[in-house]
Write a protein that binds this ligand. Structure first.
Ligand SMILES: [Zn+2]
Length: 409
């Protein structure tokens, strides 16, 4: 499970949720993730995430594996992550659609020749019809990206040593989903590159906006998710990929409409999953501060007011993963009059509550830069309200995510 923690204070509360899941028989390996983008905006370094994770693990006497993820790295950004990380999310999105050399494409099509004709994936009723033209098309779209994944993987392997880290390949930050048959051939290409890929993040249909629920048809997602799972299962055997290769869902947190489907399907196939959540721990910190009232509530109101004024600037880096209807944002002058309950229920993700405002929640989600600009003040408030904030963080991970996916309680 990927856990984000932008300000580096909540790892113990997050880890407690993992430990409590373990007591219910749900084995979760925590993976602390923080993207280069977040590091740049906040002014932290990958070593900070490592230090935080190690300290939490030690404090809570956690004796199982855990990882620190170099989240969404590519050839240009991997460098600063190699020391601190032991999980690498190699993001090939930017390379998809760039064409490999003609010779490389020809060589791949030749290797894939044996897969031509009716491709049957166990568990998927209809076979895929694989023609030479299809193989060429799929190679033109993905071969360069998988070759780049190989280059980046080998760079990490040279520095860290084979087997000393987990490799994820991500393709989720692209406009179009990969089809299950494309996924099959992508896995073949990764096997040719000899990348011991342990998790793979395809792009799914629908929108995965950060911190709010799925936008799309959950039943269609479920069909796609199950097909991808079956494709992975077969690819593992056929292409000799690592036994524990899992599907990775870059959920952006809070995809509550999908969790029962994901849970049901992974149980049906006895499959693992890598569920990456986003840095919504920050939203829990804001909620906790709002609930604390007084100076803390005043602080988060200020953050909202500034975020409202700077909305365009704050949203720009996140354009593909948020969807804010500006006309539905409360005016800062209204929010300034709110009490603790009004503020916290507006941004807490409880769709049964009529005060819940997903637009405001998303705006605050991308507004963490504003707290980073007042870092000392912010961290002092977080420390002063440690318990109430930790409770929000814990309940979010445990009750709203883990329990809903794994059907606990
Ligand atoms: Zn992602």
């Amino acid at each position: 499970m990927g856990l984000g923690d932008r300000f580096g204070r909540q790892a113990p509360a997050q880890l407690k949720a993992v430990i409590d899941a373990g007591k219910k028989g749900i084995e979760i390996t925590p993976v602390w993730n923080k993207s280069n983008r977040e590091h740049l905006i906040i002014g932290t370094a990958p070593g900070d995430v490592r230090a935080e994770a190690d300290a939490a693990v030690k404090a809570l006497k956690f004796r199982k594996p855990y990882f620190v993820d170099a989240d969404h790295i590519n050839f240009d950004t991997v460098g600063r992550f190699t020391d601190a990380s032991d999980f690498f999310t190699i993001d090939v999105a930017a390379y998809i659609g760039q064409k490999a050399g003609d010779e490389d494409i020809k060589a791949f099509v030749k290797k894939a020749e044996k897969l031509k004709g009716k491709l049957r994936i166990q568990g998927i009723p209809k076979p895929f019809n694989i023609t030479s033209l299809y193989l060429k098309k799929v190679a033109e779209k993905y071969l360069f990206a998988t070759k780049m994944a190989g280059v980046i993987y080998r760079r990490i392997e040279n520095l860290k040593g084979k087997g000393n880290f987990v490799t994820e390949i991500s393709m989720d930050e692209v406009p179009e989903p990969q089809t299950p048959s494309e996924l099959y051939f992508i896995l073949f290409m990764l096997a040719i590159e000899k990348i011991p890929v342990q998790t793979i993040a395809p792009k799914f249909q629908g929108r995965f906006n950060k911190g709010v629920d799925y936008v799309g048809k959950p039943e269609l997602f479920a069909l796609e998710f199950e097909s991808d799972l079956l494709v992975i299962k077969q690819a593992v055997k056929k292409f000799n990929l690592p036994e524990n290769l899992k599907i990775s869902v870059h959920s952006g947190s809070d995809k509550f409409a999908l969790y029962p489907h994901i849970g049901r399907i992974i149980r049906k196939h006895d499959a693992g999953i890598h569920l990456k959540t986003a840095g919504t721990t920050w939203l829990e910190e804001v909620t906790g501060l709002a609930m604390a009232g007084g100076e803390s509530l005043a602080f988060v109101k200020e953050i909202y007011k500034n975020a409202f004024e700077k909305a365009d600037e704050l949203c720009a880096p996140y354009a593909d993963v948020i969807d804010i209807k500006k006309e539905r944002l409360p005016s800062p002058s209204t929010v300034m009059k709110w009490n603790s309950r009004e503020f916290s229920s507006a941004i807490s993700h409880n769709s049964d509550c009529r005060d819940y405002n997903p637009d405001m929640r998303q705006l605050i989600h991308v507004g963490y830069k504003l707290a980073a600009l007042r870092m000392d003040e912010y961290l002092a408030l977080i420390d002063r309200n440690r318990d109430i904030v930790a409770k929000c963080v814990y309940e979010n991970i445990y009750d709203r995510h883990i329990c809903r996916i794994f059907g606990i309680k």
